[in-house]
Design a protein around this ligand. Structure first.
Ligand SMILES: CC(=O)N[C@H]1[C@@H](OP(=O)(O)OP(=O)(O)OC[C@H]2O[C@@H](n3ccc(=O)[nH]c3=O)[C@H](O)[C@@H]2O)O[C@H](CO)[C@@H](O)[C@@H]1O
Ligand SMILES: C=C(OP(=O)(O)O)C(=O)O
Length: 435
């Protein structure tokens, strides 16, 4: 059952926060444990709903799961239970999160067969899976889709490497095709591959397991298939979406916050994008320090035109942080156009911000113009429902900056991606209660 947050906003926060391990990396890495019958130990696993559900699915699939410590597990997929993935339970469990779709590649590669219900995840517009299945078919799999039950099945006696040009640089699609190709016969080349740090981490882990992947970090991956993979250890990177969110939180609440151990080199354009909003942030060692700032002014483009912040496949700006940028802009000085190119329904949450007093024009489902209030008029607390994981966190940040009491329902949407978010915000001085 989903709970509610009650927030009394307008308080300045202060202190240090350490980002959790990356959610979207964890989902890929956990699926990869199916590729070997040896032990894989994974550390810094975020303790969040989506990840815990995937660990449960692995357990139900017969993978031996040992919890060594908090956020530290060992997995051994030496025996699997195919009855489970054909059962009604799997149809229900698999459909509860997006990341479960990445079980397909490893299942197909190692067992010659894979099936999956339509995965869950955020309802943020159409989220097609064509890239995944086209990739599997190119590697030699037979694909069928049972429309009545929304159930996908793949079969392949053997997979054979080849040149695959992806229709789009899909993050989970690239992960799936990589995991199928590492055990295929011969050489696979994937062009227009997504190359997020999550995928770089996956490829590095697979290489430690004995795979032969080159081109890591680029959009052309070359994979020489091997006959089997062995065990390894892996540690998750800090979650860059959390890091961006805490930068936004500091600016919105005029707080001095230090974000610890951020792995700066993997943050791409995230720091510079927040700097374009006028937010000061300083790299100190591997921490980010955001000093308390009374105001922040949005930059213009060199020709004097209004700044646009838009999402793009990596190394472009991640779509998962656009809702945070939008919220932060509501209290900046100046104007910015937010252009969400990838998803069709991720900007509708601006209605709630408008109710709170923000000056936003939703131009169409993909674009919103924000005219900042320059902290001259605080947002007003209100009652709202979290529509998706990132908008949920953005609304939470808005509520923490707002005057008065806010209530956020459906916080399950926030909990699926952020570990103990209320506890960690309270440690910074926030007034937030879970009821
Ligand atoms: C579990 C997981 O890892 N989820 C992430 C993953 O989802 P996921 O892997 O599902 O997202 P995809 O990368 O497949 O695509 C996201 C959307 O962008 C569109 N698209 C994609 C590539 C492209 O070049 N052009 C384009 O328009 C797709 O049609 C789709 O609507 O990547 C998304 C894009 O970074 C993130 O928002 C999600 O948090
Ligand atoms: C959209 C997201 O998650 P998912 O792909 O799991 O729905 C996200 O992490 O922002």
């Amino acid at each position: 059952m989903s709970g509610t947050f009650v927030i009394r906003g307008g308080k300045q926060l202060n202190g240090e926060i350490t980002p959790q391990g990356a959610k979207n990396e964890a989902l890929q890495i956990l699926c990869a444990v199916l590729l070997t019958d040896e032990e894989v130990r994974i550390k810094n696993i975020p303790d969040i709903h989506d990840v815990n559900r995937l660990i449960e699915i692995l357990g139900d699939f017969g993978v031996k799961v040992t919890k060594n410590a908090h956020r530290d597990y060992t997995f051994k997929a030496d025996e699997v239970n195919f009855n489970y993935i054909k059962s009604p339970e799997f149809k229900k469990d698999g459909a509860r999160l997006r990341g479960s779709v990445m079980l397909l590649g490893p299942m197909l590669a190692r067992f010659g067969e894979a099936c999956m219900p339509t995965p869950g995840g955020d309802k943020i517009g159409r989220r097609r899976l064509d890239t995944h299945f086209q990739g599997f078919v190119e590697l030699g799999a037979d694909f069928s889709y049972d429309e009545d039950n929304a159930f996908y099945t793949l079969k392949a006696k053997e997979l054979h490497g080849k040149f695959i040009l992806l229709e789009e640089a899909s993050v989970t699609g690239t992960a799936n095709i990589i995991m199928a190709a590492v055990l295929a016969k011969g050489k696979t080349r994937i062009y227009n591959a997504a190359c997020e740090p999550y995928l770089q981490q996956l490829c590095k882990m697979l290489n430690r397991m004995g795979a032969n992947i080159s081109g890591i970090g680029s959009n052309l991956l070359t994979i020489e298939g091997v006959s089997h993979l062995h065990g390894t250890d892996h540690t998750m990177l800090p979650d860059m979406v959390e890091i961006g969110s805490w930068i936004g939180l500091a600016a919105m609440t005029k707080s001095n916050i230090t974000i610890k151990d951020v792995n700066w080199n993997q943050l791409g354009v995230i720091p510079s994008t927040f700097r374009k909003l006028g937010i000061e942030l300083e790299q100190q060692g591997d921490d980010i320090i955001i000093p308390a700032q009374e105001n922040y002014r949005i930059q213009k483009f060199i020709d004097g035109s209004i700044l646009t912040v838009s999402d793009a496949p990596w190394p472009g700006f991640t779509p998962d942080l656009l809702s945070i940028v939008l919220v932060v802009a509501t209290q900046a000085k100046g104007t910015v156009l937010i252009h969400q190119k990838m998803f069709e329904s991720r900007l509708f949450f601006v209605d709630k911000l408008i109710d709170m007093g923000a000056q936003i024009i939703l131009c169409d489902p993909h674009r919103a113009t924000v005219v900042g209030l320059n902290h001259e008029f605080p947002l007003r607390g209100t009652t709202m429902t979290s529509p998706d994981i990132r908008a949920g966190n953005a609304l939470l940040i808005a509520a923490l900056s707002a005057e008065g009491k806010s209530i956020i329902h459906n916080i399950e949407q926030i909990d699926r991606g952020y570990e103990n978010i209320d506890g960690r915000l309270r440690a910074l001085g926030a007034d937030i209660q879970r009821i």
